[in-house]
Design a protein around this ligand. Sequence first.
Ligand SMILES: [Zn+2]
Ligand SMILES: [Zn+2]
Length: 392
Amino acid sequence: MLCPLYETLGWVQEDIFMSKPTAKSYVLDKPQGNFILGDYEIPDPEPGTVLMRIELCGVCGTDVHTWQSLVEDLEYPIALGHEMVGVVEALGKGVETDYIGKQLKVGDRIGVIPAIHCHKCYFCTIAKTPEKCLDWKTYGTWPMADQKPYFNGGYGEYLYIHDPNSVYVKVDTSPERGVFLEPMAIIVHSMLHAQIEPGDTVVVNGAGPIGLLTIGCAKISGASRVIALGRRNRLRLQLAEKMGADVTICHSDVSSQQERRNLVFRESLNGYGADVVFNTVGTAIAFLESLDYVRDSGTVVEVGNFVDSGTIPFNPCKHLLEKGIRIIGSFDNEAEHYVRALPIIADKRLPITDLITHTVPLERLQECLTAIKDGKKLDGKDIVKIAMDPQL
Ligand SMILES: [Zn+2]
Ligand SMILES: [Zn+2]
């Protein structure tokens, strides 16, 4: 029953009872801290901004590293979650199209580039590598995630795309495919570095989500033979075959590095080793192994060592100059890689949805990240990719 005072002062009643709806979003309080699922007021999008209702967010190994404070220079609390796909819930005034000019309306499915680049600095304009922007920031690790405007990471019901330099693109495929837009953009970036040519033999070292997506993307990009190397996990090597690997090599079966190197050379179409090697394993030793697989004057693209995994003995004469190879570090991604990744995630030749081994509700986030960190199964099943569904 209403207080008589409120009945007489109608404006006060309205103010009290018209409280804004809220929704859930995670905040990680500190390095190696706890994930707190909070209820925050859903923002009305300001002019030039977009409110996205998240359908799925991929749980990524990078989030485990960030949680374990292996990613430097972050100001906590942060939200985490950067592999999200969703639908436009509300458009701020003036927003009519996506980044490449496609009409956008409420209900359209979009993917957002978590990283934000200034489009003004030396790296954005002169070096033309916006991923090294001097003002780089990203949804997922936005500082002070427990303060307005909230909803700045993928582990929640909404993402508020509020920075004026944000880039989002319309996604004309299912959410289960759309959730791979961010990781596929990472791979497209590495693929552009690799410059694969018809007839090439490509080695993909590592059969985690990035390795598996790299296999598919390499095939579509013209590789004639793909050789995939995995550690112990048979499920991942089966998926490697599904994604298009012609040859799979399991460390458990071929334990000597010299034997693995010989096998790669035997399986290479030219007999001299891989024209291109992608290292997708985040260990220093895996990078060194990758150098073994490449042919003279070939290319090695490093994608896996996103956080510091230590040092290795590297002989500039033997490893680099005598072999005459190119070694390229492929860091993060930018708008071009998303736009090029769109048709690849939608390509029905690639069974990428098979990579989703678990779809879980928001409440299980910490459990999922812990399982990835410890290399454990979840619900009795090996993990390849976990998708978080806030509707569950
Ligand atoms: Zn990721
Ligand atoms: Zn910049």
